[in-house]
Design a protein around this ligand. Structure first.
Ligand SMILES: Cc1cc2nc3c(=O)[nH]c(=O)nc-3n(C[C@H](O)[C@H](O)[C@H](O)COP(=O)(O)O)c2cc1C
Length: 205
């Protein structure tokens, strides 16, 4: 079985990364660089960055526009397209007050179930503290699962992320490297499983 999985790696896979911080000097940039350096081995990857696309609190979610998205801002239309065309979604979130970051939740809330369903997903949480934002990761998983982007079980919650990842996104900690590799392997398996199923039978209504 595993051999068959390895042979299938020629599949063209697309991922989108949602960045969950707009804080000045955000640690998110290190985490993003780290993820990009790894995920691009297996996926064509795009980034939804709220410092580039002006997400704030949801005023008009994309599904409140008509089907052609007339009147919607171009950046929102683009973000919807990126998620819709992706095979996997990775949410990078810090833990803010024991919760998923508000901007990560808000980005996700701009889109409906149809944008997410029948895909694989993963949450990468981080903090400067000892728990690595595990509570934020759990909340993110519940949200993504509810939307039909099914989360891999493996948890990548990076404690003391400021010490374990360099400014250039280089991993400085062996356990983090092992955990990241495990997450990517699992995510790829889930991604291929959902993609294969979508291509054979279409998406669920
Ligand atoms: C509003 C706020 C709330 C925070 N709450 C937590 C928390 O609940 N748990 C934790 O471990 N760290 C917490 N932190 C510290 C973050 O781990 C740290 O600031 C980290 O750099 C945030 O990621 P960012 O720089 O990418 O925004 C909090 C930071 C902020 C700004």
């Amino acid at each position: 079985m595993y051999r068959a999985f390895k042979q299938e790696t020629h599949m063209q896979l697309k991922a989108v990364i949602i960045v969950g911080s707009v804080r000045q000097n955000r640690l998110a940039d290190r985490v993003l660089k780290m993820i990009l350096a790894t995920i691009q081995n297996s996926y064509e990857c795009d980034v939804i960055d709220p410092l580039v696309m002006p997400f704030g609190f949801v005023k008009t979610p994309i599904f409140h526009y008509d089907e052609e998205r007339n009147g919607a801002p171009q950046w929102l239309i683009k973000a919807e397209k990126l998620i819709k065309e992706s095979d996997a979604i990775v949410v990078i979130t810090p833990e803010y007050n024991h919760s998923l970051s508000p901007i990560a939740a808000s980005i996700i809330d701009h889109f409906g179930v149809d944008t997410y369903k029948c895909k694989a997903s993963a949450v990468v949480s981080y903090s400067i503290g000892k728990l690595g934002g595990i509570r934020a990761a759990d909340q993110g998983k519940i949200l993504l699962n509810k939307l039909g982007a099914i989360c891999v079980p493996h948890v990548l919650s990076i404690s003391e992320a400021d010490k374990k990842i360099s400014q250039h996104g280089v991993i400085l900690n062996k356990s983090l490297l092992i955990s990241l590799k495990k997450l990517m392997k699992d995510l790829k398996w889930y991604t291929m499983a959902f993609k294969t199923q979508r291509e054979r039978f279409g998406e669920l209504n």
